[in-house]
Design a protein around this ligand. Structure first.
Ligand SMILES: Cc1cc2nc3c(=O)[nH]c(=O)nc-3n(C[C@H](O)[C@H](O)[C@H](O)COP(=O)(O)OP(=O)(O)OC[C@H]3O[C@@H](n4cnc5c(N)ncnc54)[C@H](O)[C@@H]3O)c2cc1C
Length: 398
């Protein structure tokens, strides 16, 4: 049985960044991913056949130059692969027409509320309470709650205001928002391919146990031991894995609910599509949270649109009919389609108190918990949590 300094379970952005740090520290590191590919919610779909060379994003679509903990792991070659996203507007769809975001603002109540932006602390408030207060209830109900649901790919009212749009330093030498050639999955591929760690796909970890040398990790007939263990899986999966050995942590993790989103992407020939160029669409009282467009990385032949639907509402055929109606094209114009269901944590106001409790339970342990259920759901938030947990393990090693 091979012994490692560090085993990381889960090969999304959280696990990949944690494993990178372990390898760079000189730790003998193993990364285990259940799926057949690395990336998790970095899920660019690359088409073949008639749409060969075209891609759309089925989950994360935009990264920013404020994602410092992620960017610092890329070398010169990696940073050189970042591709600027073209500027295009977000529009709003209320079931009748596409409008600009500004047209949905309720200016008479918004303007007098604006000074409150400077003085109202976000800490402990939900998005509904904070933005309802500082932007006015009518702008919140008519626009912002839908815009936030589009950003978070789930109902957003109760989400913690202090976890969205946290101020972070920007890397001014890099594009403000970017993707990669072939989509954001390129980030996962780059991180997984960097030398210094072993990385295996198709390994679903079933069980972990504490042993004299640290931890033993079980997957089918395979077993590995390690001194340090990082769980980079969704909260509910971490709860399951920790149930036997860390019941208090598992109990806390079970408090995080999952929000599902059903994403369906379509590829349409550019010619004959009247829809103006846009970055995306926010659904107002619709059965989808958002539509994310490929127009920000234009292609000579095709346009691509990923609709992020609320779960359990429609069959695939019904979704295609909804998409065709918004794009104003017949379904047979769709050259190809791709789909994925993702699950994100549904965080609630006051979440940072929960994080403190979990961190207290982790203190002194050689176990790290990372993921999108600590500092926020963005790729940058995940990388930041990985960095913080990695630093904690380093401190306890010295
Ligand atoms: C529709 C959508 C749009 C988004 N848009 C953006 C965006 O534009 N910008 C942005 O910054 N963020 C965006 N996000 C959020 C961001 O993509 C995710 O929060 C982030 O990628 C999560 O990374 P993670 O590594 O923590 O988890 P995941 O990506 O969920 O990875 C966890 C991994 O663990 C693996 N795993 C689970 N159980 C086991 C096991 N037992 N053994 C081994 N492996 C296991 C899974 O297969 C998975 O690969 C979006 C998310 C969604 C769903």
């Amino acid at each position: 049985m091979t012994h490692y300094d560090l085993i990381v379970i889960g090969g999304g952005v959280s696990g990949l960044t944690f494993a990178r740090r372990g390898a760079a520290q000189g730790w003998h590191t193993l990364l285990l991913e259940a799926d057949g590919r690395f990336g998790g919610c970095l899920a660019s779909h690359r088409y073949g056949g008639a749409a060969e060379g075209f891609w759309t994003e089925l989950a994360a679509h935009t990264a920013y130059n404020s994602y410092g903990a992620l960017l610092e792991l890329l070398d010169e070659t990696g940073l050189g692969r970042l591709q600027t996203r073209r500027k295009a507007p977000w529009r709003v769809w209320d079931g009748k027409c596409l409008q600009s975001v500004f047209a949905r603002m309720h200016w008479p109540s918004l303007l007098p509320s604006l000074p409150k932006l400077l003085f109202t602390p976000k800490l402990g408030l939900s998005l509904r309470d904070y933005y309802g207060r500082v932007m006015g209830r009518r702008t919140y109900d008519g626009l912002l709650r839908h815009a936030f649901s589009a950003v978070l790919a789930q109902p957003a009212d109760d989400f913690p205001a202090d976890l969205l749009f946290r101020k972070k330093p920007r890397r001014k030498d890099l594009p403000r928002s970017y993707t990669l050639k072939g989509g954001l999955s390129g980030l996962a591929e780059m991180l997984a391919a960097m030398p210094g760690h072993e990385a295996k796909t198709g390994i679903a970890v079933e069980r972990i146990e504490r042993v004299a040398e640290g931890f033993r990790v079980h997957a089918g007939q395979d077993q590995w031991t390690c001194r340090r263990l990082a769980l980079a899986v969704p909260a509910w999966e971490a709860a399951r894995l920790l149930d036997g050995e860390f019941p208090d942590l598992s109990h806390h993790l079970k408090q995080i609910a999952a929000a599902e989103v059903e994403s369906l992407a379509v590829v349409v020939p550019k010619e004959g599509l009247a829809l103006p160029e846009l970055a995306g669409v926010i659904g107002i009282d619709q059965d989808f949270y958002s539509v994310v467009s490929r127009d920000v990385v234009p292609d000579a032949r095709f346009r691509g649109f990923t609709f992020h639907f609320q779960p359990g509402r429609f069959s695939r055929e019904e979704k295609l009919a909804r998409i065709a109606s918004l794009l104003e094209v017949p379904i047979d114009r769709f050259v190809q389609t791709a789909e994925r269901t993702s699950r994100l944590p549904s965080l609630k106001a006051g979440h940072l108190a929960w994080v403190s409790e979990v961190d207290l339970l982790l203190s002194g342990e050689q176990l790290a918990l990372v993921g999108n259920y600590f500092y926020g759901v963005s790729l940058g938030d995940c990388a930041e949590r990985s960095k913080a947990e990695f630093d904690r393990l380093c401190r306890s090693a010295s």
